[in-house]
Ligand binder design. Sequence first.
Ligand code: SAH
Length: 337
Amino acid sequence: MNLDNLKIILANEPKFRFKQAYKAIFVDLISDWNDNTTLPLTLRESLNSECQLKIKAKISGSKNTDTVKALICLDDLSVIETVLLKHRDGRATVCVSSQVGCPMRCSFCATGKLGYKRNLEVTEIVEQVLFWQRYLNNDTGKRPVRVTNVVFMGMGEPFLNYNNVMESIRTLNNKERFNIGARHISVSTCGLVPQINKFTKEKMQVNLAISLHAPNDKLRSELMPVNTKYSLDELMSAIRNYVDEKSRQVMFEYLMIDGVNDSEYHAKQLAKLINRPLYMVNLIRYNPTGKFRSSTPVAIKKFMNILMRAGVRVTQRQTFGTDINAACGQLVGEKNN
Ligand code: SAH
């Protein structure tokens, strides 16, 4: 798909053509301009050649079918992954990638092992949501029918592609396009402090999630090289500032890795860090990608209890999609699975 030429092709057309074109793409969900009848034939022809709407993708379903993964092949033949999570209450969450690969080199994450290729364009981010919206539209008779939530938790570090991520959020949010409320959109970062500060100044009420994964500098630097650049102190102070400015909740993601960050000692340290009413911890079962193992259910329960007794709000993420390697940190864009 390529929407970058849309502005060029419609440049000499009356303004309302944009409205019609966006409605055709985002509301009528056409994948061929000829399926639209409001635009003149000659315009449709040039749009079909310069601004094609086909999305090259391969779907792999999960056994429980609540989670579906797709590999999308971009124009330069890079492959990215995106995941659809269908919830029983009728919501549908799309997990989008923001980069091809990732340069952050977190030791537990499969995407990091791929290395980094490039940032995604705005269209390439939007295309992932469009792909699933078309998919839901054709999935007749079954709920949910609309993408209601978007999380930037696929491949890549969204804050290294800050401008494109923010611009894609504006498209998702736009009433005449996807109309997904900002409060239903979440951006997850490994902890890039300058970008968190920039995000604090944004007008949009988008949710912020922080991949914390360790409660002290020594361990965090071992697991996440970004911590050697921005220490926990700097990170927590940027987050305090965000919460003071926005009065919005922040979700701290914490992977439970067996024997690494899941002891009673770590739980107590974490409880001290998570010391504000708007902070909450989301414990994530580690999806093995090689080096580490997931904590035992007993260890997770014990860890959770320590946090709760210390007054920390804590939830445990349902693990969707482990059977199709679609879970967090397993997104590696393999072409042949
Ligand atoms: N780079 C951003 C966005 C990626 S979000 C960030 O770090 O937040 C993907 C989430 O899945 C992050 O919290 C990441 O740390 C986590 N993750 C990475 N590897 C994982 C694994 N093997 N199992 C479960 N979660 C993992």
